[in-house]
Write a protein that binds this ligand. Sequence first.
Ligand code: FDA
Length: 309
Amino acid sequence: MAFEQLGRKVVLGIASNKAVTNVVTKHGMRMGAKRFIAGESLEQAVEMVKQLNKEGLLVTLDHVGESVSTKDEAIQATDEAIRIFEMIEQHQLQSNVSVKLTQLGLSIDHDFCYQNMDRIVAAAKERNNFVRIDIEDSPVVDITIDIFKRVLAKYGKEHVGLVVQSYLYRTEKDVEGLGKLGASLRIVKGAYKEPKEVAFPLKRDVDANYNKIVALHLKNGHYTAVATHDEKIIQETKRFVKENNISNDQFEFQMLYGVRNGLQRELVKEGYKVRVYTPYGKHWYPYFSRRIAERPANGLFILKSLFKS
Ligand code: FDA
C-alpha cells in the first residue's frame, strides 16, 4: 500500500474515535480549526464571503454536517441550504451552494432525500443560482447519481451540478454518461477511505485519471470545475485549455477555504475563475478530519496545543 494511502487510513481511523471527536470538537475552533472553517454560523460565514469576493474569488458555501439520523435533522439541513440562497441574494454575494445528500436524509429514505434535494434546487432556480451535490463514499455513489439525474432533468444544468472522484475506477464511465446529459461536474481526487477493489491505491494513478477525466469533460464541451490544490494538475489544465482553445468561461478552478491561499489569488490575477469552497457550521469535525488526513501536517498544531494545555 502506498505511504500516503496508509497515512490517510490511519488519520481517518483515529479521527473516527469518539474520545478524539469530543476533545477536538470542544477545543478545535480555538486551537486552529478556524483556518479551514469560516465560522459556526451563516452570519459569520457571510462576512468571510464578502472578503473573498472583494479579492475576486467566487465562493461555494457549505453548511457542514453529514449523515443525519432523523427526518427533523434532514429538514433542518434543507431549510438551512435554502436560507443560504436567501442570504446570498440579500448580501449580493458571488456564491453558490454545495450540499451532501447524507445530510438531507439519504440514509433514512431515498425518496425523502430526493424531495429535500428538489426543494433546494427549486430555491436555487428561483434565485437564478446553482447548487452542487458533493460526492461521498463509494456505497452512496449510485444513489447520488440517480438523485442528481432526476433533479437535473427537472431543473437543468444551470441550477444543479455534481462532483465526481478520480480515485474511483468507475468514474471515467460515469463522466461519459453524465456528459451525454450535459452535466456540470466538479472533479476531485476523493477524500474517503476506500478499498483497492473500488479505488486506485496509488496517487500517480489517481492523478493520471484526474487529468484524463478533466480532458474528457472539457473536450466534450461541458462545464468543468477543476477542484484541486495540486499545481501539476493545475498546470496541465492550463496547457490543455490553451492547446484546445477552450474558453475561460467553460471551466473554473476550485480550492478549499484556507488551503493554498496564495495560489488561489495568483490564478485570479492570471484571469482564471477561482471558487473557494467555504464551509461553516457547528458540526465541522468530519470535514476537518478529512483535511488533516490529506495533509497530516495540518493536524500537528492541534496535537501541539493538546500537549501544551
Ligand atoms: P493532493 O492531496 O495530491 O494535494 C496536492 C497539494 O495540495 C499538496 O501537496 C499540498 O501542498 C496541497 N494540499 C492538499 N490538501 C491540503 C490540505 N488539506 N491542507 C493543506 N494543503 C493541502 N472530496 C470528495 O470526496 N467529495 C467532494 O465532494 C469533494 N469536494 C471538494 C471540493 C473542493 C472545492 C475541493 C478543492 C476538494 C473537494 N474534495 C472532495 C476533496 C478532494 O477529494 C481531495 O481530498 C482534496 O482536494 C485534496 O486533494 P488535492 O486535489 O488537493 O491533491
